[in-house]
Design a protein around this ligand. Structure first.
Ligand SMILES: [Zn+2]
Length: 363
């Protein structure tokens, strides 16, 4: 009897030491993440922390290089060429800078192809452009879920594992490059899958630990309100959430339904007229500005300067479908068209300068 009791007591002691130590470890990991996260008011650019006040005219969602997962299986036929990539990206940046663009956010997540911190650093150093890069994971059908899903099968907490990755890339850097991610990027299918829920949950955990904004990919003309709702339910700060690709929808009521959640929205596929024609995007943004939403809207193109792997050969009838999908399209064509619809200079500044800054500041 006495012996059994003492075994019980010693087991209890061991258990409580274990629990206490894991609490101390997780508490100190959390404290460490907080201490190494961007200081309030600062943003992680690829060259180091910068005051959010210096962001200037910002494109919130572009890609210097992109590929769908699996491109590397074809690399024997189509290897990537760093010098060529650098040259193309430098030309694009030069064009952007002609129009006063000061900051570009590269929204490439970890599990597609093309995220390249060393390239971003080179580009930023050579041009003076502020580049902010992402940590995050893409959708189930266009990302690389297999690695995570096999772990989930064995009961591992993949949201926790993903959040550890995001937090480390924000607080300590990506790989050994020393480049720290400045935003968390997630994506969801028209109906969010269980895997995507795990990713979104991880993004919120990482935001809570680091204060970094979450930017998103949505698909089809749906999914935005549900995505915002899920992020907020998990405890994301609505002022640090930008729901992306809302320009996939032509319906202003859809945009308003997302805005009703208190988050930012991004018309960030301006120039992809094949999804939504130019005039409809102009009309919708102008109407939303008139309705008082200018302080919640951001604009970008979702351009891809370089596609890794073999290039898509377009059929003749689509030969000009992507003519407007350019880094200068908003500055050159979209903004003048908005102004012609009554959008003021002040509202343009709000969308291109103030809202990106406020997203990072959580205002
Ligand atoms: Zn994108």
């Amino acid at each position: 009897m006495y012996r059994r009791k003492s075994i019980k007591v010693s087991m209890l002691v061991v258990l409580s030491i274990f629990l206490l130590s894991s609490f101390v470890v997780s508490a100190s990991a959390k404290e460490m993440a907080k201490a190494m996260a961007p200081v309030p008011g600062m943003v992680n650019t690829v060259l180091g922390p910068m005051p959010a006040e210096k962001l200037g005219i910002t494109l919130m969602h572009e890609h210097f290089v992109f590929a769908y997962p699996g491109w590397f299986a074809d690399a024997t036929i189509a290897p990537d060429d760093y010098k060529e990539i650098l040259k193309i990206d430098l030309d694009v940046i030069k064009t952007a800078q002609k129009y006063g663009i000061k900051t570009i956010i590269d929204a490439t997540p970890n599990d597609t192809g093309g995220r390249n911190p060393a390239l971003y650093k080179d580009l930023a150093k050579k041009t003076g452009l502020n580049i902010i890069c992402s940590t995050g994971l893409y959708t189930e059908h266009e990302g690389s879920p297999a690695y995570w899903m096999t772990k989930a099968v064995w009961g591992m907490d993949i949201s926790k594992m993903m959040s550890e990755l995001f937090i480390k890339e924000i607080t300590q850097g990506i790989g050994t490059t020393g480049v720290k991610a400045g935003v968390i990027k997630v994506g969801s299918s028209p109906k969010m899958t269980v895997y995507e829920q795990a990713v979104h949950k991880a993004a919120v955990m990482a935001q809570k630990a680091t204060g970094v904004p979450i930017i998103t990919h949505t698909e089809g003309p749906t999914g935005g309100p549900e995505q915002a709702e899920f992020l907020l339910k998990e405890g994301a700060d609505p002022k640090k959430v930008m729901i992306g690709h809302v320009s996939n929808s032509k319906d202003i009521e859809y945009h308003k339904a997302i805005l009703a959640k208190g988050v930012y929205i991004a018309f960030d596929r301006i120039g992809l007229d094949i999804i939504t024609p130019f005039d409809i995007n102009v009309k919708n943004v102008a109407e939303l500005c008139k309705a008082g939403y200018a302080d919640k809207i951001m604009l970008s193109h979702d351009t891809v300067n370089v596609w890794l792997g073999r290039q898509v050969v377009l059929p003749e009838k689509f030969a000009h479908a992507f003519d407007n999908w350019r880094i200068d399209h908003i500055s050159k064509d979209f903004i003048p068209a908005l102004k012609a619809q009554g959008v003021t200079d002040e509202q343009i500044k709000t969308m291109m300068v103030d809202n990106p800054r406020k997203l990072f500041l959580g205002l």
